[in-house]
Design a protein around this ligand. Structure first.
Ligand code: ATP
Ligand code: ZN
Ligand code: ZN
Length: 802
């Protein structure tokens, strides 16, 4: 068994291709599938993953593995299999799929060090290598004669640990602990024998006679108001000992979180959880769709299901959309399960992320709460996977591998024979359709836990406001209600539905709009710098003083950015204290939390923001929710725009009146008659579902049809059109006659960074060999994609149609 099959890090198309390498003697005892290695490839040395170890190769002249990067596999057997499936499912390279499962630190090249964790002497050779130090570089080890096997043994025994040198603000990662090495009566004897003058030493012994548990050295010295020398003296007498313990860069202060206990479930919750608990108990894979109105206690159902999973000694993954991963959310899980919970959040530093990942890898936690990529948590005994707000499109990754976390979760659920829970107040049509066909099991929570009614929604027609002479972006009703609310010392959430909006500069005389010279899209106006920026290529320029087309000086900016809304708001209601939450004000780490904390402490009357305020917030004092422009995304070239509008309105309405106070919602719109707005205002999911399903059926969209979006880009427009044309032809010949191929058409943004973009769309119901066809087609162009910068992207089940 001295040959390793390795997936190497080369961006070549052929998927599932492994290369054989010989394992040098020194690595034979330690190497295992799932470890990363460095191998020679052509003239270069590159990284790869060992996927299996075999005794025979078809090839005769094999090169040697150059270096083994891990002493314990970073990918489990299950994740290796998942990677293979993922690459095929998303039409991406195996190497890309495997790397997507690992934290950043393991993807880039970081220097390693070996940390000694014990104060006991190590095995002789290793002990000599450390030579009294706590930390040595990995290089030093590699230059020594010590075998990898010896090192691996010390790692497994917990005596040493391999760490990556990541720059992190928190540098202190190890603490020194003190512990008595003698039994209490021996400490007492020693106490009596100590001379009078050794007062401090006596105090320290007295402390340990009372508290024989290990204590952090720093704390001990602080409590006893003494120094290291006292401790040293007792160490020398062999009464106490010190050792190091690793502390994790834990960004959450677990101790300050208030612990909670399971609430007695309502009847509806009870009915929902019962079949889930059964699936957990009998190792049964089922997908449950938990359709529960906002505030109906879905989270409590998750928590109690996880409780059951933990009692069986298994593990749980909870996925939450990135922007809902607030401290409020995290605390609900930490409050119930304490330090058993790891959090995977993109705002963590690389070092913090790695620490959280390692806590999972080393089985120190059994629950992970995280955004999309947490679905790859390296648990080996999963008992449940939960996806909260399953309708969120951020669960689809927009670059390679273009996976949907829901598909990955279900695949892992099958592997582990465990249930998958999809929860939402507004499930996707895809999931709901599956539930009505019994592919998923449906559980419904129709009432809020406090039995409060859903807040009343009033639709305001902004066209009539205009006719009545009100040109501001706030209707008269909304203004009155806001003033009233502030008077009563209650709070307001204002949503500016900004998708599809931007602030652009237009000439009032000739209508000229300033566009990016490299991308076919309007430049966005940034007020604080008075510059125009492109959001696709970061091109920027000064705002022109006159129109480049007609030289008029009537050049003005249009659109409604949150910043502008804030300004008009403070003009309209000067006494209002406004907090703004959008991408600009939350860029800094921790600012998101700060804004929410201030709002929750009633430091402001109004929380004004974009989509990110619509989800998960639970503030008892919020009684009014205003939506400024409900229809702003209805007109986007996206077949999901009605669904997204319905979801957003329902979610944001759910922020009002969650506790004792009743809430109300004002929705401003220019298209009050649109069914997504009407039905959202009635909380009528069922009718919306029926109506929208009718539309999808008529226009051949999901869930009736599956989609594939193929985008071709190149600097030469003719080449782009021709290539897309050819792809359309090739694929049309292969598909059956219930499938459709649309295109070629220019992409909604026809040029980005000077590259032209064309696309075609495949709609199909049943094409079992589609992926094979697509692979073949992509292979046909592989020369051009490699040499001529032709780019072909394939998005299976696209969410982003731009
Ligand atoms: N069985 C219960 N008895 C009493 N209170 C409960 C119960 N279950 C949940 N709650 C409380 O009801 C409130 C709403 O619950 P929760 O936030 O879990 O709802 P949700 O369905 O997840 O809402 P959203 O979709 O709006 O986030 C919370 O304050 C929660 O503590
Ligand atoms: Zn002009
Ligand atoms: Zn640009």
């Amino acid at each position: 068994m001295d040959i390793a099959k390795v997936i190497v890090d080369v961006p070549a198309s052929s998927i599932d291709q492994t290369f054989d390498y010989r394992i040098p003697e020194k690595y034979q005892a330690i190497i295992a599938p799932g470890m990363r290695v460095i191998v020679p490839f052509g003239p270069r040395k590159i990284m790869g993953f060992v996927v299996s170890i075999v005794s025979h190769s078809e090839f005769s002249k094999l090169k040697n593995i150059e270096q083994v990067l891990d002493m314990t596999p970073v990918l489990t057997e299950e994740l290796l299999e998942l990677g293979k499936w993922l690459a095929n499912h998303t039409m991406s390279l195996s190497i890309t799929a495997l790397q997507a499962m690992l934290p950043q630190v393991l993807k880039s090249k970081y220097d390693k060090e070996i940390v000694k964790l014990t104060n006991e002497p190590l095995e002789e050779e290793l002990e000599m290598l450390f030579a009294g130090r706590d930390v040595i570089t990995f290089d030093e080890f590699e230059q020594s004669n010590i075998s990898y096997y010896q090192l691996q043994k010390a790692i497994h025994a917990g005596d040493v640990l391999i760490d990556y040198i990541v720059k992190s603000k928190i540098t202190k990662k190890y603490i020194t602990m003190v512990q008595p090495v003698r039994e209490a009566y021996l400490l007492e004897e020693a106490y009596v024998e100590l001379p009078h003058q050794a007062k401090k030493q006596k105090e320290m012994l007295a402390f340990f006679i009372q508290h024989p548990e290990p204590v952090e050295m720093k704390k001990l010295l602080a409590i006893l108001k003494t120094t290291r020398s006292t401790l040293k003296a007792l160490e020398d007498k062999n009464l106490l000992k010190t050792y190091k313990e690793e502390i994790y860069r834990n960004p959450y202060d677990d101790e300050s979180i208030q612990r909670t206990v399971a609430l007695p479930l309502t009847d509806e919750q009870q009915d929902a959880i019962q079949p889930i608990n059964e699936a957990i108990l009998y190792d049964k894979h089922d997908v449950f769709l938990l359709h529960g109105v906002t505030g109906s206690g879905k989270t409590e159902v998750y928590l109690q299901a996880i409780q059951q999973v933990l009692e069986l000694g298994k593990e749980a993954i909870v996925l939450v959309p990135e922007i809902s991963l607030t401290p409020q959310m995290v605390n609900r899980f930490k409050g119930r399960f304490g330090s058993k919970v790891a959090v995977m959040h993109s705002a963590l530093s690389a070092g913090e992320k790695f620490d959280e990942w390692r806590r999972i890898h080393q089985k120190e936690v059994s629950v992970v709460v995280g955004a999309r990529s947490a679905v790859f948590a390296p648990f080996e005994n999963l008992g449940i996977i939960i996806i909260d707000e399953e309708h969120e499109t951020t669960y689809k990754q927009e670059d390679q591998p273009r996976y949907h976390a829901r598909d990955v979760a279900i695949h892992r659920g099958e592997n582990h024979h465990c249930p998958v829970i999809l929860g939402s107040a507004t499930p996707t049509l895809e999931s709901y359709a599956r539930a009505t066909k019994d592919v998923y099991k449906l559980a419904t929570l129709s009432k809020r836990t406090n039995n409060m009614p859903m807040p009343n929604v009033e639709i305001v027609d902004m066209r009539q406001e205009l006719h009545a002479g009100n040109r501001s972006m706030f209707s008269r009703t909304l203004k009155e209600k806001m003033e009233d609310c502030i008077k009563k010392e209650q709070q307001i959430v204002l949503l500016l539905n900004r998708r599809g909006y931007s602030t652009f500069v237009m000439c009032r005389d000739c209508g000229h709009v300033k566009e990016c010279p490299h991308c076919d899209i309007a430049l966005t106006y940034h007020k604080n710098t008075n510059r125009l920026k492109c959001h696709y290529c970061s091109y920027e320029e000064m705002v022109p003083v006159e129109c480049p087309e007609c030289n008029s000086d009537l050049i003005r900016y249009f659109g409604t950015g949150t910043q502008r809304v804030e300004e008009s708001l403070t003009e309209l209601i000067p006494q209002a204290r406004v907090l703004r939450m959008d991408v600009d004000t939350t860029r800094k780490k921790g600012s998101h939390e700060r804004i929410l904390r201030e709002f929750s402490n009633h430091k402001a009357d109004i929380l004004l923001g974009t989509q990110m305020i619509a989800k998960g917030l639970d503030f008892g004092n919020v009684t009014l929710v205003g939506v400024l422009t409900a229809d702003s995304m209805l007109h986007l070239p996206d077949f999901r725009s009605s669904e997204k509008t319905f979801q957003l309105l329902t979610q944001v309405s759910g922020r009002a009146g969650r506790h004792e106070l009743t809430g109300e919602v004002i929705v401003q719109t220019y298209t009050p008659e649109h069914y997504s707005i009407q039905l959202a205002s009635e909380y009528n999911f069922n009718d919306f579902y029926k109506k929208e399903m009718g539309m999808r059926k008529k226009f051949h969209y999901p869930p009736y049809y599956y989609l594939v979006l193929i985008t071709v880009s190149h600097e030469n427009k003719v080449k782009v059109v021709q290539t897309t044309q050819k792809i359309v032809q090739l694929i049309s010949n292969k598909l059956n006659n219930t499938s459709m191929v649309l295109g070629p058409t220019p992409s909604p943004i026809p040029r980005i960074k000077d590259r032209y973009r064309y696309q075609c769309m495949i709609k199909y119901r049943n094409e079992p060999h589609l992926r094979q066809y697509l692979h073949k087609i992509v292979d046909l162009f592989s020369e051009e994609t490699r040499k001529d910068e032709l780019f072909i992207s394939i998005d299976m089940q696209p969410y982003h149609l731009m």
